[in-house]
Design a protein around this ligand. Sequence first.
Ligand code: GLN
Length: 501
Amino acid sequence: MSALLQSSAAELGRAMASGQVSSREVTQAHLDRIHAVDGDVRAFLHVDAERALAAADAVDARRAAGAELGPLAGVPIAIKDIFCMTGAPTTVGSRILEGWQPPYNATVTQRVLDAGLVVLGKTNLDEFAMGSSTENSGYFTTHNPWDRDRIPGGSGGGSAAALAAFEAPLALGTDTGGSIRQPASVTGTVGVKPTYGGTSRYGVVAMASSLDQPGPCGRTVLDTALLHQVIAGWDPMDSTSINAPVPDVVGAARRADVSGLRLGVVRELGGEGYEPGVEQRFREAVDALAAAGAEIVEVSCPNFRYALGAYYLIMPSEVSSNLARFDAMRYGLRVGDDGSHSAEEVMALTRGAGFGAEVKRRIIIGTYALSSGYYDAYYGSAQKARTLIAGDFEAAFETCDALLSPSTPTTAFRIGERTDDPLAMYAADLCTIPSNMAGNAAGSFPCGLADGLPVGLQVMAPVLADDRVYAVGAALERELAARWGGVLTDRLWARQNGGEQ
Ligand code: GLN
């Protein structure tokens, strides 16, 4: 049983294809694991064991009948509770959607189901994906499996914690400012934000539509690439979806070849505010990539310093517009519907009761930034900064194949440490936000421990060069696995299970 939990998704897929194990056995092992540890980790908002086992049996039956199945058929997956999926609640971590069941599947959900993956359940997140710690969830806080007093990152902390706790070998996330990469970084797992338009947003509850991007999460680079391949590609239901071939992410992950690649270390993403342990692990990882044959140079992206400020104008502006649809009439919660209140009062009462403090803060900031008389000064300026940031990337990619930085300035902070300080919370995404602003591909990869807590290295590649993110991540994984005797989370398993194999 522990061997099934420790296996990568790629290994599980192969073992099922060769008949060594059934999807039912693999799925049951993960459901048992969730039962054993999720009371402490709290990664899942919703688990449906019956549905998962029925899906596993269906894959086993198709396999027995000789059907051609993909490499991840029968492999369990955890889905961030922002992706619509029929037959289960989609709450987006908000009380305003408690109990709501979507009438259709997100395109990404549908592709996962069509590929025969077995959905274990929906994972916890900050309300409407706004946060860096899952402490803004309307339900409960998820704990970091490396240290349960610490945050698992956010907003997709549930998906990352489920991976690190060996509750699922694969998970889905969305990344608007770092919500895939920052949780990956602080849990020692892998997470990739594809090129904007590379994966469909159809059926993903919208936070900030010009920044949101669904993406894959895993414990190994190859697993993450295999999931990327399943979910990516053109979708006519998403008007911003790119109609172009999906980059060969799986081939790149398998080759893990960085020889001849020129990698630029971004000067502005380091220094003051960065933990020394983070910078040290990052420098060692860069050295490992050099040893693997990459050429390392330093690059400057001076406009990245505007990224956080511009993001916290553009994102709330889009939030204030997107969240207007939660009007007490169409979805979920309705408060004050007793005949004594007007429709406007019911809306106000419902939004007052159903939204948490951070969501309200952002709606108010966004409404202000877009209001007449302030629009040019705030939203307009932020859009100009966004153009400058994209220009920095363009200039850097003229001389570099990909860029490198730490994924986050610090390791996982303590639960409660930043809840009273929104600016400190927002700073968790200093390194990740520029790629959302410019729309390019980026991923976070484990590069070691600082004071016993995981550190991540970020790889940023040009638009539609997602394969380079995987090539660099896989080369780093190979170099470090040689030193560690496996991937980083294997050490966590050993720590939790006293070295049991
Ligand atoms: N932490 C960032 C925020 O709070 C990013 C969130 C995200 O990527 N969904 O906005």
